[in-house]
Structures are given as structure tokens and as C-alpha cells.
Design a protein around this ligand. Structure first.
Ligand SMILES: [Fe+2]
Length: 201
């Protein structure tokens, strides 16, 4: 089954600045995504995207919502329509005349699957957070204290263990860090304290 999108242009430039309201985005999220584990993953990625946009990129609230929205909806179709991932959510956002930047970030979060290169910093950070956030969460679940006292060394050890969270692509993580021009250690050190705060809906 190929998830290749067969195109690299999304939305229309005339829709620049158009976003869903938080209520609209949450409604779509809760209607489309029923699996609580997937919901948590998407909320974690959304929280990381928002935090990075504000703290590192120093973006405004308006701009940072675009990053958060991309994170919140990036896997929206994975639960009920895995064969249409991420074609369905892209088409939905195009129909709703959403800013192409947001749609593009979603379309490029797995470039080997979807055939869309991450180009903007928003694209690259969504790609970078997606896999690594999942691995760090899996690690928290096997630790008695969860995220408490989790450190860089422990996460790196799990990364080296190929059998741990084996579905998490180590190659994608390395590739994402290179593309975003971020050291892996810095990314891990950013995710641990921020993700700790996002454990429930
Ligand atoms: Fe994801």
C-alpha cells in the first residue's frame, strides 16, 4: 500500500493566514480520532510544536497556533482511514480553505511515505517531533516514575536499543535533526520537560 501523495503543492496561497478556530480544530480532532493513545500522541506533538514556536522561534500567538494546529491534526485520518493517511486530512483542510503552510507541514511529516520534502522550519519540526516524541513517551511508560527524573542518557540508551519501540524510525530522527539543523541532544532535552506536562486530554 502506497501512501505517496503524488503532488507537492497544497492549498492555495490566497488562503494564507486562514486557520481553524481552536473549537473547530478540536471538533475535527475528536470526531475523527477515537483511539485514546493516538489522541495523546497528537496532543503531545501539538504541545511541542506550540512550545517550540513560542520559545525558540519567538513567534506570535497567531503564528504559533498554526504550528500547534499542524501538530494537533497531523495524524487525524490515521485512526479511521489508515489507507488514506494523510490524503484525507489534507483534502479536508483544502476544502476548508486553510493556510497552505499548515497543510504542507502535515503533508511532509513522513516524507518517505508521502513523497513531500520538509522545507519550512514548521515542516521540519513536525517531522522531528513526531517520531522522537513517541519514543520518549514509550520510555516514560516503562519507567516507574514516568517522566520524573528522565534524562538525556536514558533516552539515548533506548534509542540505541533497536528492539525498543521498534516501530520508531531512528533514521527518520537523525534525518529530521539534520534537516532542522538541531542537535539530537538538544531536541531530547526540549521534549522531556515539555512533554511531561501533556499526559492527559
Ligand atoms: Fe504522528
Amino acid at each position: 500500500m502506497s501512501l505517496h501523495l503524488g503532488r507537492t503543492e497544497f492549498g492555495s496561497i490566497s488562503n494564507k493566514g486562514n486557520v481553524l478556530t481552536r473549537t473547530e480544530a478540536e471538533e475535527l480532532f475528536h470526531t475523527w480520532v477515537l483511539n485514546p493513545k493516538l489522541k495523546l500522541h497528537m496532543l503531545q506533538v501539538a504541545g511541542l510544536m506550540k512550545a517550540w514556536a513560542i520559545e525558540v522561534e519567538k513567534l506570535t500567538d497567531e503564528e504559533s497556533w498554526k504550528w500547534e494546529m499542524a501538530g494537533l491534526l497531523h495524524d487525524a485520518d490515521w485512526d479511521q482511514w489508515p489507507d488514506l493517511h494523510c490524503k484525507k486530512i489534507i483534502e479536508e483542510l483544502e476544502q476548508r480553505n486553510i493556510d497552505p503552510e499548515i497543510i504542507r507541514a502535515i503533508a511532509s511529516h513522513g516524507h518517505l511515505h508521502f513523497g513531500v520534502e520538509p522545507l519550512t522550519q514548521m515542516d521540519k519540526m513536525l517531522y522531528a517531533f513526531d517520531e522522537l516524541s513517541g519514543l520518549i513517551h514509550a520510555y516514560s511508560l516503562m519507567r516507574p516514575g514516568g517522566y520524573q527524573d528522565m534524562d538525556l542518557k536514558g533516552v539515548k540508551k533506548r534509542l540505541k536499543e533497536k528492539s525498543f519501540a521498534a516501530n520508531v524510525s531512528r533514521e527518520d530522527i537523525q534525518d529530521a535533526c539534520q534537516r532542522a539543523n538541531i542537535q539530537l541532544d538538544d531536541l531530547i532535552n526540549f521534549i522531556i520537560p515539555h512533554q511531561t506536562q501533556i499526559t492527559t486530554e
